[in-house]
Write a protein that binds this ligand. Structure first.
Ligand code: CA
Length: 216
């Protein structure tokens, strides 16, 4: 899953990006409104964490313009718990909000929820044959045994599970699993797919030649 954070406070931006990377997300960052809108329009993020008060283009304006072209789930960061601000954000098309100062666990949980909502999956536990994906615990078990996956392998499995039954293209996987800063070694998709097959069964991810990958 790939997240964009738009936040102008450097410390907050750095710590939030680091925390989300540790959770296994690919993370891009923007520290002003113009760059934030540019990234949000140009890349299909799984979710955007959007601060309201930004220099230049504020969070409301970014959201307003983004909603003309995209449904990307948006979690707003509001400075105060003011009903008017929350209502405004939700009216413009925000999916949820957290009030600063926030608890990281709350941000994680709300992000998981808005990402899941976009995929029509209603539970944290997705069962696919012998494989069980727990998106809250970020754990995968195979035949009732917990499987050790790297953060990237987990992201691959989770993305495929949330899109089960669909053919997912390699371009989609590159866009959703890796961020703009990653080196070419970390994004060797075939290696991750092959490792997941070793751990969860060769048939778990099916190659649709010329199209992409699919899980049944
Ligand atoms: Ca701000």
């Amino acid at each position: 899953m790939r997240i964009l954070i738009v936040e102008d406070e450097p410390d907050l931006l750095t710590s939030l990006a680091q925390a989300l990377r540790e959770e296994g997300y690919a993370v891009d960052t923007a520290d002003n409104g113009e760059d934030g809108l540019f990234d949000a329009e140009g890349t299909d993020y799984d979710a955007i964490v959007l601060d309201v008060m930004l220099p230049g283009l504020d969070g409301w304006e970014i959201l307003r313009r983004l909603r003309r072209i995209k449904k990307t789930p948006v979690l707003m960061l509001t400075a105060r718990d003011q009903t008017r601000d929350r209502v405004k954000g939700l009216d413009i098309g925000a999916d949820d909000y957290v009030v600063k100062p926030f608890d990281l666990e709350e941000v994680f949980a709300r992000l998981r929820a808005i990402i899941r909502r976009g995929t029509n999956i209603t539970t944290n536990r997705i069962e696919i044959g012998d494989v069980l994906v727990d998106t809250a615990a970020r754990q995968v078990s195979f035949k009732d045994k917990l499987v050790e996956l790297t953060a990237r392998e987990y992201s691959l499995v989770e993305f495929m599970a949330l899109h089960r039954g669909e053919v997912v293209t390699r371009t989609q996987l590159y866009e959703h699993l890796f961020d703009e800063n990653e080196d070419s070694f970390s994004n060797l998709l075939d290696v991750h797919v092959s490792n997941v097959r070793k751990k969860l069964g060769a048939e778990f991810i099916v190659t649709r030649r010329g199209h992409g990958y699919r899980i049944a």
